[in-house]
Design a binder for this molecule. Structure first.
Ligand SMILES: Nc1ncnc2c1ncn2[C@@H]1O[C@H](COP(=O)(O)OP(=O)(O)OP(=O)(O)O)[C@@H](O)[C@H]1O
Ligand SMILES: [Mg+2]
Length: 380
């Protein structure tokens, strides 16, 4: 089975997707670092990285702009040469704001929307789902063409598929009935803006503390001018996801349930015409005992070495439990390999410590960038 480098050959976008907590942020940062070490100009777009990882990439603040990781820092971690590592933390709200700025007809329209209280509410809510904004930023950086490779981390979601539907969902929201109701020339917005509803309005104003309906009306009027732009953009984001140079890496855990989810996600990707690169199975437990060694044998050997039968027994038990888990991981992963029909499955072992700095990412890369034989040798 191949290394992540082969899987990325000729690609300029790599999207790391998977369920919550499996190691997406870790894997995407490690891939970016590894490709920078191989001379590429790479940018990783991370989402909610753990603070220590963000710090170690030099991402102290939410900038929503790519910043270059200090070459001296890379060099201290053995990364030299032509490559560059850039990173950014995605700020969904800021991305949405700049999207408005792009689609507004003029400065005044832009200000009207950004200052609008309804927009502020809606954008925070939409930004909360993050998926669309992540791809929006990806699209923006891809259009700029400054990088050889963009690695996109995806938001923690229970359902990895949410991510794929995001452009459609935004378009549906915009095309949806409730919005159209407001936007029609004779729609609610126009009526509200009229003078008829004076009494109702003044009561509402008293209840909500500001002129809600005027704000609503203003917002939708200003927003209506941007709808074509939004729809066109969502279409182009969609196209980028299906671009032959875009590849998805599915990150998952080695247990039965995450493996099933990964298979399901793979099938959906293929069905939707998106490129599947391979799977990274993270936090894999490898067998520590050879086939001809059993628990009793371990207890005997340890006891004769340290002369403590109690301790020997406990060590034997722990090792044999671990062996059990490792065997189960192995079965699950071999099921995954079968289902993926020959597409790469890359295993990363369960490391002793958390991965929160460049040294930790390099440790991950010893596996990600190795061939399968070397991986097994390193892990066992
Ligand atoms: N192979 C590994 N061995 C040990 N610890 C790991 C390994 N991979 C990741 N971790 C640790 O597991 C935790 C979760 O990893 P990570 O943040 O990358 O997951 P995630 O999929 O991005 O999570 P979320 O869905 O919440 O965004 C982190 O603390 C990370 O340091
Ligand atoms: Mg994450």
């Amino acid at each position: 089975m191949s290394s992540i480098e082969e899987l990325l050959a000729g690609r300029d976008v790599c999207i790391c997707a998977g369920s919550g907590g499996v190691g997406k942020t870790t894997t995407s940062a490690a891939i970016a670092l590894g490709m920078a070490a191989r001379g590429k100009k790479v940018c990783v777009l991370t989402i909610d990285p753990a603070k220590r990882l963000a710090d170690s990439l030099g991402l102290e603040e939410l900038g929503n702009e790519a910043t270059r990781v200090d070459p001296a820092l890379l060099e201290a971690n053995g990364v030299t040469g032509e490559g560059e590592l850039w990173a950014m933390m995605l700020d969904a709200k800021q991305t949405f704001d700049s999207l408005i700025a792009r689609h507004a007809e003029d400065e005044a329209a832009r200000e009207r929307v950004l200052d609008n209280r309804i927009y502020q509410q809606i954008s925070s809510a939409l930004a909360g789902s993050q998926e669309y904004m992540a791809m929006e930023k990806l699209f923006e950086l891809h259009s700029e063409g400054r990088f050889d490779l963009l690695v996109l981390d995806t938001p923690p979601s229970r359902n990895a598929l949410d991510f794929l539907d995001a452009p459609e969902r935004l378009t549906q929201f915009i095309e949806g009935r409730s919005l159209q109701l407001f936007l029609k020339p004779t729609g609610l917005a126009a009526k509200v803006a009229g003078r008829g509803a004076g009494v109702v309005l003044s009561i509402l104003r008293r209840i909500v503390g500001f002129d809600l309906l005027t704000d609503l009306s203003e917002f939708f009027t200003a927003f209506s001018g941007m709808i074509d732009g939004f729809q066109e953009r969502a279409r182009r984001v969609n196209t980028l996801l299906r671009n032959p140079d875009t590849t998805f890496v599915i990150v998952c855990g080695p247990q039965a349930e995450p493996i099933d989810e990964a298979v399901f996600f793979h099938d959906k990707l293929v069905e939707s015409g998106m490129g599947f690169g391979g799977a990274v199975v993270n936090r894999v437990r490898y067998r520590l005992l050879a086939d001809d060694v059993d628990e009793a044998g371990v207890v005997r050997d340890v006891d004769s070495a340290i002369g403590n039968p109690d301790l020997a027994e406990r060590i034997g038990k722990t090792l044999s439990e671990y062996q059990h888990l490792a065997e189960r991981d192995e079965q699950n992963i071999s099921k995954l390999s079968t289902k993926l029909g020959g597409d790469p499955v890359i295993r990363i072992p369960y490391l002793d410590t958390d991965v929160h700095d460049l040294a930790g990412l390099s440790e991950i890369n010893r596996f990600l960038f190795a061939d399968e034989a070397t991986r097994i040798e390193l892990a066992t």
